[in-house]
Design a protein around this ligand. Sequence first.
Ligand SMILES: NC(=O)c1ccc[n+]([C@@H]2O[C@H](COP(=O)([O-])OP(=O)(O)OC[C@H]3O[C@@H](n4cnc5c(N)ncnc54)[C@H](OP(=O)(O)O)[C@@H]3O)[C@@H](O)[C@H]2O)c1
Length: 296
Amino acid sequence: MTAKIISGNKIAEEMRAEMKIEIEQLKSKHNLVPGLAVVLVGENPASVVYVRNKKKSCEEIGINSYEHKLPADTSEEKLLALVDKLNADDSVHGILVQLPLPKQIDENKVLNKIIPTKDVDGFHPFNVGRMLVGDPIFLPCTPHGVQQMLIRSGVKVEGSHVVIVGRSNIVGKPVAAILVQKAKGADATVTICHSRTKNLPAVTQLGDILIAAIGVPEFVKADMVREGAVVIDVGVNRVEDKTNPKGFKLVGDVDFEAVKAKASAISPVPGGVGPMTITMLLHNTIRAAKLKHNIA
Ligand SMILES: NC(=O)c1ccc[n+]([C@@H]2O[C@H](COP(=O)([O-])OP(=O)(O)OC[C@H]3O[C@@H](n4cnc5c(N)ncnc54)[C@H](OP(=O)(O)O)[C@@H]3O)[C@@H](O)[C@H]2O)c1
């Protein structure tokens, strides 16, 4: 069997085209331009790239983006004051504070300061709770992106056994919380695995859908995957590659070539979940703007 490729690039492009039209309508009918404030503290190279990509993606579909760059030695108090200011700013519908933050700043304190109606990352405990009870305002971007990839590539999630490897608060747990809901594009039987799971391959082989969010390059081998399973690879890992001018390449948490021969569908890295994460951030920003103005 050779697996169908679930292209996050293609699905993201499709969704962004839909959003662009929606934004044009918001402008023409409601004189409303959604706005996203992105806060970057310090110059972590990966964060700088993420923030640049978010800004570019906003501009491409017509969202206003407001960048706030602060020096690495910014105090917690100063950052909290900026969040307060953005909370009160009517042109800002979504606030994103790029993580990780420098060590003098308590990340939770900052994330909890963002008002839940502008929390487009979906990390505020209020939004986590709403997600868990099946009445979300915003779903976290990467997990929501995973669900959209499944739905939009025609995978039947309802009734399927989804096995997730990884239980982080940003990927594993929220993916489980979303896919277990009694709802369309969900309604799955969900198993979460982690580093203490006994006989992991026996558990992962039970998955009609296997989702890897581990952070270990090519950890999932073919013998861990059920014949015909759908495999979504959330992992993004840098591995040395002397043939690449950058000296490294990106690989996922799944041994792509080996697993491709056994799965019925698989998402690649890069070009899989990655582009969906920013897409869902754009989606949440539009949603925040519509909520603020009571637009259905
Ligand atoms: N594409 C995107 O937009 C996107 C977004 C977020 C993250 N990611 C990527 O997704 C991956 C996971 O990210 P994360 O933030 O969820 O990572 P994380 O916080 O480090 O969590 C990793 C999870 O994997 C589990 N794990 C680690 N080694 C294992 C093993 N040998 N067997 C079974 N489970 C194991 C850990 O178990 P324990 O809990 O027991 O330690 C933990 O639950 C990373 O590669 C990250 O870069 C991508």
